[in-house]
Design a binder for this molecule. Structure first.
Ligand code: PDD
Length: 289
């Protein structure tokens, strides 16, 4: 079985799941989503993802969504049904289906979709040892990148260009030369003094759950954290570059636009933070590779 889905009350294989053509998520990307990891059958940081989901729904004025406890119960049932041990939960909530018109429909019910699929996180531990490549691209997204909406075309095109260039991720750079984030991850650098530098939360980036976890672990370990914008020049000259996301808890970026970052191999802080991040995953879920 490839994956399982819940769509507005129905459970089943993902290939049998369907939404209406006039769903506003499909027509306008009028919807919010979340991606949550599960390992050893336990969801990672589910509370933080639900909090961000609610924030996004409120920002889009999408009302009438079932309570968190119900969303959790649906997710748990999908997970049981799938029997997957490690994987990814996807949640998408749109404003619902209505006759096509840009303005909000007078009456519509949100469409709630959840899917689970398996994912092998061991590949990320291998990449943690080897490091990954990134390329820089202009950030062409809209001005509310803090909202996790399904309007992802700019990110899709950037990721495709990165993939075609043999890179794992695209590092997005705004018109002022500031590195905002990745196409689907947050970027961080380690400066010459061993400080961890990362873009502050703002409307220009998605405040990643993995980012949040990383900063907390770094501070607890006595590593100085600076939340401030950094430019492309600083990124190129950094001692280390790192990225985080739900599906890639911590990865060292060892090459940028084909040029080595730092020594061109994962640095000491990547190794140290990588250990801390994976220890935290194990603490939360009991996961063993
Ligand atoms: N993407 N920035 C962007 C633009 C993202 O799409 C993501 C996550 C992140 C990292 O957020 P988090 O740590 O909460 O996963 C940052 C998910 C994984 C996706 O779209 O598949």
């Amino acid at each position: 079985m490839s994956a399982f889905a819940y769509v507005d009350g129905r459970y089943g294989p993902i290939n049998d799941a369907a939404i209406l053509v006039e769903d506003r998520g499909f027509q306008f990307a009028d919807s919010i989503y979340e991606v949550v990891a599960f390992l050893n059958g336990r969801f990672l940081d589910f509370d933080k993802h639900l909090w961000r989901l609610r924030r996004g729904l409120a920002a889009l004025f999408i009302e009438g969504v079932m309570e968190d406890a119900v969303l959790r119960a649906i997710a748990a049932r999908l997970l049981r049904q799938s029997r997957y041990r490690d994987g990814i939960l996807y949640v998408q909530i749109s404003r619902g289906a209505a006759r096509r018109n840009h303005g909000f429909p007078k009456a519509s019910r949100p469409t709630v979709v959840l899917t689970v699929r398996s994912f092998d996180f061991r590949q990320r531990q291998q990449q943690l040892q080897a490091g990954v490549a990134a390329i820089t691209l202009p950030d062409q997204r809209w001005a509310r990148s803090d909202l996790k909406t399904t309007g992802l075309l700019a990110a899709v095109l950037a990721k495709e260009e990165a993939t075609r260039g043999g890179a794992f991720e695209a590092m997005l750079v705004n018109g002022d030369g500031i590195v905002t984030e990745g196409a689907s991850s947050n970027f961080h650098l380690v400066d010459g003094e061993g400080r961890l530098v990362t873009h502050p939360p703002s409307t220009a980036i998605l405040a990643g759950v993995a980012r949040d976890g990383l900063l907390q672990l770094a501070r607890q370990a006595g590593i100085e954290v600076q939340e401030r914008p950094f430019g492309i020049g600083e990124a190129r000259a950094a001692a280390e570059l790192l990225l985080t996301s739900t599906t890639a808890p911590l990865l060292p970026v060892v090459s940028l636009d084909g040029r080595p970052v730092g020594g061109g191999v994962p640095g000491p802080l990547a190794a140290r933070l990588g250990r801390l991040v994976w220890q935290d995953v194990v603490r939360q879920t009991g996961w063993a590779a």
